[in-house]
Design a protein. Structure first.
Length: 172
């Protein structure tokens, strides 16, 4: 009398397959988390470029001067001041709303992350991100004060650029 053989897997084979699937799914999950962070950083870069295009359109309509939200442009012959506002600033949004609506904003850890920097005479402007989530292209700024802005951007706004920081910005 012959015994019938069943075509079933042993318990050890099933455990090996399940453990391999768990290891592979862990790798996939970890990569997806990193991909979301990178995607948010890419969105920040795209937002800066979009704002930059809107600033160009504004300048073309306003005698090649960039917006100076919250202040009147400095008269010729006087020393221009440098300042900045968040892109969530109502004055900034009001100036750009004919060209870009809604104006992109960005917060990271509850702080405004996307800044519009400008010279009070309207001759120069820049859009800057203070922090990126991926840790690359990060400015070494911890607060929103002029003295802490990256050297490369201060150099652009005040004179020849000094390329010492790895920061994403769009200068005009």
């Amino acid at each position: 009398m012959r015994l019938k053989k069943f075509g079933a897997f042993t318990l050890v084979e099933l455990l090996v397959v399940v453990s391999v699937i768990l290891v592979l799914s862990t790798f996939v999950a970890l990569n997806l988390i990193g991909a979301k962070t990178k995607a948010r950083d890419e969105k920040r870069i795209n937002d800066a470029n979009i704002i930059s295009s809107a600033l160009d359109q504004y300048a073309l309509d306003n005698n090649r001067l960039y917006p100076t939200p919250g202040m009147s442009p400095t008269p010729p012959g006087t020393t221009p001041a440098f300042t900045f506002v968040s892109t969530s600033d109502a004055g900034f949004k009001a100036k750009l709303s004919p060209y870009l609506n809604p104006v992109p904003t960005d917060t990271l850890n509850g702080n405004d992350n996307l800044l519009y920097l400008f010279r009070s005479d309207g001759q120069k402007a820049a859009v800057l991100f203070l922090k990126f989530e991926t840790g690359t292209k990060m400015c070494n700024t911890t607060g929103v004060t002029w003295s802490l802005l990256p050297e490369v951007l201060r150099g652009y706004l005040t004179g020849p650029p000094v390329r010492t920081e790895k920061c994403y910005y769009v200068a005009k």
